[in-house]
Design a protein around this ligand. Structure first.
Ligand code: G4P
Length: 532
């Protein structure tokens, strides 16, 4: 196999999605441990102060002790080169979290077994399912009291609309958790709580299903339940179908306990077997083969002010085909210019390192002197390629913003436009008004703090923010609709985005449904179509 082919074939690029506290960080950390990328549990965690080793670029981050943007972790495991895209949750949930999913080839969805599907999981799932990427489910915290596993699967199917296939099945939960039955390998991995130098670790021992010791190990009641479960699953459940997994319509489900490191490594091994190597992306409606020797990539995230002293930006790119080499000339399609990608970096587990080469599937961050926009394509000069852009995701928090000092109008407009161009915020205007007042929409409230901070520090503009009661934003899809003539409740509002597209703002779902009812032809979209 050629170098290019073998390098690309061994890559797996995915995101881990979950509601905060389901265990995403804990699982990521176990993955890194298996790969030898970190030596000690607790290195990735430490939400308070220690995480700055990974991204220590912004004052606000230091003040709050949280990571503002997601990072990418790369490590090797079992012959694979793994890229994990970290999707921030908690207060730092933002549009970047959604955009990061555009760079992933698959997703791992971590669910807390006592809670099931939660709000943030639902939102992130929606974006993954829009892209049709494979979604793997890890039902975590089985060492604690959990909900009935059938209920959990039922909820995944009904709430998210995806079929499920349980690859393993839990035996009890909480204090009675005895392990999992692996349906493919037909064996039981028994769970035994233990503590290794103060760190919670479980002992996991494999028993073939016909091992006579099992019944007494598990106990008669749970043994009987397991027999019934095995029968029921093989009779009533979905069949395993790798094609459906790859299309994103069937989610393989695994039960385990990340904290005790139980079931995580077998999960990783199954996952690596089932998830595809870098998948093809489309350009001008045609497939770009990841193995094509021409380099191509698209920008999915722009991070400002990584280095306070230089006020620079880093553009994160997903490589879609070929190989990237440091210092190579590339063509920036949107600007119509040849450029060099400066200071290409990759995020390793703890450090940011300058890299010499990278392959399809990898994510690189390059120095951006202010030329890139979200969705831009770069490629080998002469390679006819332009990836379909990245959609805009509906913000959920809105406020009206104006500058305190009217003399600073120019700086205010410049700052707002630049920050919006980076994709850190979205700006909207009421039709027929100027830029004196702007409606800003964000996915997470932290973005508003970032906006205020940056306007003050980079553009010397103080602003006044007035929060608005809207919760839902929808793009009007049908162009023939006359926005002025729409029947909407008095507390709903028509606005325009920077491309002049019309949108509706609603304070409640009820109001949105009312508008749909009264305007039967109106078609609303939750995603703003990508720029072509
Ligand atoms: P997140 O990144 O999805 O937000 O979740 P994270 O991994 O930080 O886990 C949230 C909490 O749940 C942590 O506890 C973590 O130790 C715990 N946890 C994760 N997986 C399991 C599991 O399988 N079993 C049990 N019992 N707990 C689990 P914490 O108290 O918030 O943090 P810490 O004090 O342990 O650091």
């Amino acid at each position: 196999m050629s170098d290019l082919k073998s390098e690309i074939t061994k890559r797996r690029t995915f995101a881990i999605i979950s509601h905060p506290d389901a265990g995403k960080t804990t699982i990521t950390e176990k993955f890194l441990l298996y790969g030898g990328a970190i030596q000690l549990a607790g290195t990735v965690k430490g939400k308070k102060n220690t995480r700055h080793a990974v991204s220590d670029w912004m004052e606000i981050e230091k003040q709050r002790g949280i990571s503002v943007t997601s990072s990418v972790l790369q490590f090797e495991y079992a012959g694979h080169c793994i890229n994990i895209l970290d999707t921030p949750g908690h207060q730092d949930f933002s549009e970047d979290t959604y955009r990061t999913l555009m760079a992933a080839d698959s997703a791992i969805m971590v669910i807390d077994a006592s809670k099931g599907v939660e709000a943030q999981t639902r939102k992130l799932f929606k974006v993954c399912s829009m892209r049709g990427i494979p979604i793997f489910t890890f039902i975590n915290k089985m060492d604690l009291e959990s909900r009935d596993p059938y209920d959990l699967l039922d909820e995944l199917e009904k709430e998210l609309g995806i079929d499920t296939y349980a690859v393993n099945w839990p035996i009890g939960c909480g204090k009675e958790f005895k392990g999992v039955y692996d349906r493919q390998k037909n064996h039981i991995m028994a769970f035994e709580a233990a503590s290794v130098s103060g760190v919670k670790e479980a002992k996991s021992t494999i028993y073939p299903i016909d091992d006579p010791a099992l019944e007494s190990l598990i106990g008669e009641r749970l043994w009987d339940t397991l027999q019934d479960d095995i029968e029921l699953l093989s009779g009533a459940g979905e069949d395993f179908d790798l094609d459906r997994v790859r299309e994103g319509t069937l989610s393989p489900v695994f039960f385990g306990s990340a904290l005790t490191n139980f079931g995580v490594e077998p999960f990783l091994q199954y996952f690596l077997e089932m998830t595809p190597p870098p998948t093809a992306r489309t350009s001008h409606g045609e497939i770009v083969d990841p193995f094509d020797e021409h380099f191509s990539a698209f920008v999915f995230k722009i991070q400002a002010n990584m280095n306070k002293a230089h006020r620079d930006r880093i553009a994160f790119m997903r490589i879609c085909s070929g190989k990237f080499e440091k210092g190579m000339d590339v063509y920036h399609v949107q600007a119509g210019k040849k450029i060099q990608l400066a200071q290409p970096q990759q995020m390793m587990a703890q450090d940011r390192a300058i890299i010499d080469e990278a392959y399809a599937g990898d994510i690189i961050g390059v120095f951006d002197p202010g030329i890139f926009s979200i969705g831009d394509t770069v490629c080998t000069p002469g390679f006819d390629c332009k990836f379909s852009g990245i959609p805009t995701f509906a913000p959920e928090v809105f406020c009206r913003i104006r500058q305190k000092d009217t003399m600073k109008r120019k700086q205010f407009i410049k700052g707002m436009e630049q920050i919006a161009q980076e994709g850190a915020i979205q700006i909207f205007q009421e039709p027929h008004t100027g830029m004196e007042e702007v409606i800003v929409g964000v996915v997470g409230t932290l973005q508003l703090d970032v906006l205020e901070y940056r306007l003050k520090n980079e553009y010397r503009v103080d602003i006044v923010m007035e929060s608005l009661p809207y919760q839902y934003l929808r793009w009007i899809e049908n162009e023939e609709v006359q926005p002025d003539e729409l029947k909407i409740t008095s507390d709903s509002k028509v606005v325009q985005d920077y491309r002049g597209r019309y949108l509706l703002l609603f304070t409640s779902m009820w109001n949105m449904n009312w508008a749909m009812d009264k305007n039967p032809d109106l078609r609303l979209a939750e995603f703003g179509r990508a720029e072509e």
